[in-house]
Write a protein that binds this ligand. Structure first.
Ligand code: NAP
Length: 249
C-alpha cells in the first residue's frame, strides 16, 4: 500500500484523539495537531505508537494563518507530502442565547471553526491534489448536526460555523473530484467528549439523551470509525457527502 500521511487537527482529546488511535491501526503515518493539552496529546500519541504507527506531534493554533503555514512546513519536513486530512479542531464558545454572546467569543469560534478550517483545507489541497504535484487522497471535515438543527438557546453561532463546513465540503468535493481527491464530512450528534463541559454545560448529554432516537449519546470511537471509512478506499465512490453520526437525532 502506498505511503499515506494523515493530519488530524485537534487530536489531543475527544473525536480527534479517537481518530488518531484508529488510524494507527490502519497503517497511516500520522501528524497529530493540538493547541494546548501537552499531556493528553502525548498520551494519544503513545497509544497510537503502541499500535505500531509513526506519529509526530505538532502544537499549533490552527485559527492563525501563520501557525497553519508553520504546521504544514513542519509536516512536509518530518513526514513528507500529506495524502489525507481530518479537519477536526473546533470549539463552541460558552453556551448562551444568541443575543447575549460577547462579540469576542463569537469571533474566537468563527476564527477556528471557519477561517482555521478553510486555511487547513487550503494548505492540505496544495499537498494532496495532483494539480499541485500531489498523489490524490481524501479529506474529511468534522461538521455537526448543529448545522441543520441550529442549536437554539445554546450556540447558534457555532451552528452557523458548521453550516460553513458543510458548504466547504460540497464545494471542494465538486472542485477536486476529477483530481482524485474526495471530500466528505461527518455530522456528529451528541458525543461523549469534554466539549460540553467546556461550553459550561457538564450535564448536557444526560439532559438531552432522551431526545436521541437510539436513546444514548455516541462515543468518539463511533465517530472515528465513520471518519476512517470515509478516508479509505472502501468509500471510493463517496464524495460531497455529509454523514450523520447522531443516533438518529
Ligand atoms: P474536544 O474534546 O473539546 O477536543 C477539541 C480538540 O480541538 C482538542 O484536541 C483541542 O486541543 C483542539 N483545539 C482546540 N482549539 C484548537 C486550536 N485553536 N488549534 C488546534 N487545535 C485546537 O472536542 P470534540 O468534542 O472532540 O470535538 C471535535 C470536533 O467535533 C469539533 O469540530 C466539534 O465541533 C465537533 N463536534 C463535536 C460534537 C460532540 O458532541 N462532542 C458534536 C458535533 C460536532 P487542546 O486539547 O490542546 O486544547
Amino acid at each position: 500500500m502506498a505511503d499515506r500521511v494523515l493530519l488530524v487537527t485537534g487530536a489531543s482529546r475527544g473525536i480527534g484523539a479517537a481518530t488518531v488511535r484508529l488510524a494507527a491501526q490502519e497503517g497511516y503515518r500520522i501528524a497529530l495537531n493540538y493547541a494546548s493539552a501537552d499531556k493528553e496529546a502525548e498520551e494519544t500519541a503513545a497509544a497510537a505508537r503502541a499500535a505500531g504507527a509513526e506519529v509526530a506531534l505538532f502544537k499549533a493554533d490552527v485559527a492563525r494563518a501563520d501557525e497553519v503555514e508553520r504546521l504544514f512546513a513542519q509536516i512536509d519536513a518530518r513526514l513528507g507530502r500529506l495524502t489525507h486530512l481530518v479537519n477536526n479542531a473546533g470549539i463552541t464558545g460558552p453556551a448562551s442565547r444568541f443575543a447575549d454572546i460577547a462579540p469576542a467569543e463569537l469571533a474566537r469560534v468563527l476564527d477556528l471553526n471557519v477561517t482555521g478550517a478553510l486555511l487547513v483545507a487550503q494548505a492540505a489541497v496544495r499537498r494532496i491534489s495532483p494539480a499541485y504535484g500531489g498523489a490524490g487522497g481524501a479529506i474529511v471535515n468534522v461538521s455537526s448536526m448543529a448545522a441543520r438543527l441550529g442549536a437554539p438557546g445554546e450556540y447558534v453561532w457555532y451552528a452557523a460555523s458548521k453550516g460553513a463546513i458543510d458548504s466547504l465540503t460540497v464545494g471542494l468535493a465538486r472542485e477536486l473530484g476529477k483530481e482524485g481527491v474526495r471530500v466528505n464530512a461527518v455530522a456528529p450528534g451528541l458525543i461523549e467528549t469534554g466539549i460540553h463541559a467546556r461550553s459550561g454545560q457538564p450535564d448536557r448529554l444526560a439532559r438531552l439523551a432522551p431526545s436521541i432516537p437510539l436513546g444514548r449519546p455516541g462515543t468518539p470511537d463511533e465517530v472515528a470509525r465513520a471518519i476512517l471509512w470515509l478516508l479509505s478506499e472502501a468509500a471510493s465512490y463517496v464524495t460531497g457527502a455529509v454523514l450523520n453520526i447522531s443516533g438518529g437525532r
